[in-house]
Design a protein around this ligand. Structure first.
Ligand code: F6R
Length: 235
């Protein structure tokens, strides 16, 4: 169920990640679930350099900070423009609207988008604490899109991208674990020694809300691409 591929480094992981994308694409995938963060960058580089055409395709992003406009340099919207959409435009690209202060309305709107555009391939990174999307430890796995209070460790990890910690958003909108598990195929990538404990818990540990990524064990088509450092605690 979990197909684990161990690579030397992120560059090689990007090539493998691209192969997963390409296979899905050739097999008729139309809706691609996308993530931000450092992890998918090498895969997006391979995509932008490829001849794959996404101009008839749809993308649906996992999450966005509450309070950041799409053109804010630290918004996930902006990240996607820089790393993928400017070079490879999609027909429709959906990202949660960080400026919608009506959380209930935004949750409903985004769940409808996902229902109307069932995700064929969802790409994920992995938090050091086992989070996927912004589903932090303890999150109810039955939730769809929801508003999340970011944990102190995630705020700290993200603060390197802001001038000071006070500017780091405290809330995000995120797809839920249940939304993610509806995707036909899931591709999770993780690189570096700081992900090793989360990788082990995700693959070899019990399915538990303490490790949101462990719910991927319940999905029947998951590809995991990790480098040797991230794989180092696997038995
Ligand atoms: C990003 C996201 C997050 C990241 C995770 C890992 O859209 O949903 O779950 O995938 O925090 O971040 P990086 O890749 O920067 O290590």
């Amino acid at each position: 169920k979990m197909n684990v591929i161990i690579v030397k480094n992120r560059a090689e992981g990007g090539k493998k990640g691209f192969e997963v994308f390409e296979n899905a694409y050739r097999n008729g995938a139309q809706v691609f679930g996308l993530a931000t963060g450092s992890t998918p960058v090498t895969t997006y580089e391979e995509l932008t350099q490829s001849d794959l055409d996404f101009s008839q395709m749809t993308s649906v992003n996992l999450d966005e900070y509450v309070g950041l406009a799409p053109d804010h340099p630290q918004s996930y919207h902006y990240f996607m423009q820089q790393h993928l959409f400017d070079q490879k435009p999609f027909a429709h690209s959906y990202v949660p609207d960080g400026l919608n202060s009506d959380a209930a309305a935004e949750m409903k709107r985004y769940d409808q988008i996902i229902a109307d555009n069932p995700i064929d391939l969802q790409i994920l990174g992995l938090g050091q604490n086992g989070h996927i999307g912004f589903n932090e430890p303890g999150t109810d796995p039955a939730l769809g899109t929801h508003k999340v209070a970011l944990t102190e460790s995630t705020i700290k990890a993200n603060s390197r991208f802001f001038d000071n910690e006070d500017e780091v958003p405290r809330y995000a909108y995120s797809m839920g674990i249940a939304s993610i598990l509806k995707s036909k195929h899931i591709l999770l990538e993780a690189y570096g020694p700081e992900k090793a404990a989360a990788v082990k818990a995700m693959i070899e540990g019990p399915v538990t809300t303490d490790v949101p990524a462990s719910f991927l064990q319940r999905h029947d088509q998951v590809t995991i691409i990790i480098d040797e450092a991230a794989a180092s605690q696997l038995s």
